[in-house]
Design a protein around this ligand. Structure first.
Ligand SMILES: [Fe+2]
Length: 415
C-alpha cells in the first residue's frame, strides 16, 4: 500500500470557506446495487495507524462514487484557525468486489503527540461534518486502551463498545475475527453491519473517534489460492495498517505492542526472528505485550491444537526470554485469565495470558481443570487496560460496564 505524504500549509484558505462548508457535507448517493446499511456509514471516517501513533493518523471512509478529490483538512482543536492544514489522500477499490465502493484514505503525518485534532473530509467542493481524534502521547503520560476479539456485528459487540468508549480509551484493539465475512465478497454485508456498529459507537464521551488496531483472525481469510491481498481482501482493503499482518506499535514511553499473525497468512515460525527483534527493541520499556488470534493457552479448544502448539514452539521461548508482560489471546469465545506462566510452568513473575475472544460472538463453555488457568467463564467482555510507568491494570468489563475481573502487572514483577 502506497503511503501519501502531501501535507501542505494553506494559511486561512479554509477559514473563510468553513461557514459555507457546513452546507456541503459529504453526500453519498447509494446505487441500487448496495445493500443493508452502507448509506449510514458511507462517507463517515474510521481511524487506523500506519505509522507512529504519536505523530500520524490514518483516516479512511467509503463512498459509493469515486470522489473528484479526497483530502482531509484539519487543525489542533486548541488553535483558533479553522482547518489550517490539508493533506491529500488516495482512493482505491478492492478488485472483484461487486458493489463498486471506493475506499478513500488519508494519512496525516507530522502531528503533535498527545494532541486533540478536529478534521473534515473534503471531496472536491463538498465537506464532511467535523470529527475529532487524539494522537497518542510520546511520554509517560498514563494511557488506556480496550481490547477483545471475535466480535461479529451483534448487539453484544455494540454494547461492549459503548461501555468501553464511555471510559475514553486512547484506542481499541480487536484481536481478529471481526465481521466473520471470511474474505468472501458475497458476505460483504457482514462488514456493512460491522462498520455501522463501529461508526455509531466507537466515540469517546468528548466526541473523539477511537482508533482501531486490528489483528488478523481466521475469519478474515478465505481458502483461495493467491497472494495475501487475495486471501484477506477486506483486512488489507479496508484497514490501512502498513500492509502487513504482523507489526508493532510504540505507545507512549511505557508500552510496546506487538501484533502477530497466528498462521492465517504467515506461519508462526516465519515471524520468530522478527518477533525477537521487536521484543529486543522494547526491552527497556516497562511493559511489552503481544496481540494475536489463536491462543497458546486455550480455554475451550484443544491444548494440542495446531495453532496453539506452533505458538508455544516458536513464540513462547521468546515471550519468556524477553519477559513479555501480557499476551492478549482470542479465538476461543470465552473469558479467561491464566496464572502467570514462564517456561510453560506456573511462575509468579511470568507472562499473563488473557482472552479469550468473546466480544460479541456466542459464548462457549471453557474447559475445567486446566493447569494453567486462574479463572475462566462464558462472560462476554472487553479488557480495559490502564498503563503507567509503574503498572498495567487490567479490568474485564461486561455488557453493562461492570468490572468482573481484574489483574495488576507491576513494572518490576517480570524481572
Ligand atoms: Fe477465530
Amino acid at each position: 500500500m502506497r503511503r501519501i505524504h502531501l501535507t501542505k500549509k494553506r494559511p486561512d484558505m479554509f477559514g473563510a470557506l468553513s461557514v459555507i462548508a457546513v452546507f456541503f457535507m459529504v453526500l453519498v448517493v447509494c446505487s441500487g446495487t448496495f445493500s443493508y446499511a452502507e448509506e449510514y456509514y458511507f462517507g463517515k471516517p474510521y481511524l487506523t495507524w500506519q505509522g507512529n501513533p504519536s505523530t500520524t493518523m490514518t483516516i479512511t471512509c467509503h463512498t459509493a462514487e469515486k470522489p473528484d478529490e479526497i483530502a482531509v483538512v484539519y487543525n489542533k482543536q486548541s488553535e483558533p484557525e479553522d482547518y489550517h492544514y490539508c493533506t491529500d489522500g488516495k482512493t482505491w477499490q478492492i478488485p472483484g468486489l461487486q458493489d463498486g465502493r471506493y475506499i478513500n484514505s488519508v494519512e496525516l503525518t507530522g502531528l503533535t503527540p498527545g494532541e486533540n485534532y478536529i478534521f473534515r473530509i473534503r471531496d472536491g467542493s463538498q465537506w464532511s461534518g467535523e470529527y475529532k481524534f487524539r494522537t497518542m502521547p510520546d511520554d509517560d503520560t498514563p494511557l488506556r486502551f480496550a481490547i477483545g476479539g471475535d466480535t461479529l456485528a451483534t448487539n453484544i459487540f455494540k454494547e461492549l463498545v459503548i461501555q468501553a468508549a464511555a471510559e475514553d480509551p486512547h484506542f481499541l484493539v480487536v484481536g481478529g475475527d471481526l465481521a466473520y465475512a471470511n474474505g468472501d465478497f458475497d458476505q460483504i454485508d457482514q462488514w456493512n453491519k460491522w462498520l455501522l456498529r463501529w461508526h455509531e459507537n466507537a466515540i469517546t464521551s468528548d466526541g473523539r473517534l477511537i482508533p482501531l488496531v486490528m489483528a488478523i483472525g481466521n475469519h478474515e481469510t478465505n481458502k483461495l489460492d493467491g497472494d495475501h491481498r487475495t486471501r484477506a481482501p477486506f483486512y488489507f482493503g479496508f484497514f490501512p495498517q502498513g500492509g502487513k499482518t504482523f507489526w508493532s506499535l510504540q505507545l507512549g514511553a511505557n508500552l510496546g505492542m506487538i501484533i502477530l499473525d497466528s498462521n492465517h497468512l504467515v506461519p508462526h515460525a516465519e515471524q520468530a526472528a522478527w518477533l525477537e527483534e521487536q521484543l529486543k527493541s522494547f526491552e527497556a520499556f516497562p511493559f511489552r505485550v503481544a496481540v494475536y488470534h489463536v491462543p497458546l493457552y486455550p480455554s475451550h479448544r484443544d491444548y494440542e491444537g495446531g495453532g496453539s502448539v506452533a505458538g508455544r514452539e516458536h513464540w513462547l521461548p521468546l515471550f519468556d526470554a524477553y519477559k513479555l508482560s501480557v499476551a492478549f489471546e482470542h479465538h476461543d469465545h470465552t473469558f479467561k485469565r491464566t496464572k502467570r506462566l514462564r517456561n510453560n510452568e506456573v511462575n509468579p513473575s511470568g507472562t499473563l495470558y488473557v482472552g479469550d475472544g468473546n466480544a460479541g460472538v456466542k459464548p462457549r463453555v471453557p474447559k475445567e481443570g486446566l493447569w494453567y488457568m486462574e479463572k475462566a467463564s462464558r462472560d462476554s467482555h472487553l479488557w480495559m487496560v490502564d498503563v503507567s510507568s509503574d503498572a498495567m491494570h487490567l479490568r474485564a468489563i461486561n455488557r453493562s460496564g461492570v468490572v468482573f475481573d481484574e489483574a495488576i502487572i507491576t513494572a518490576d514483577s517480570g524481572s
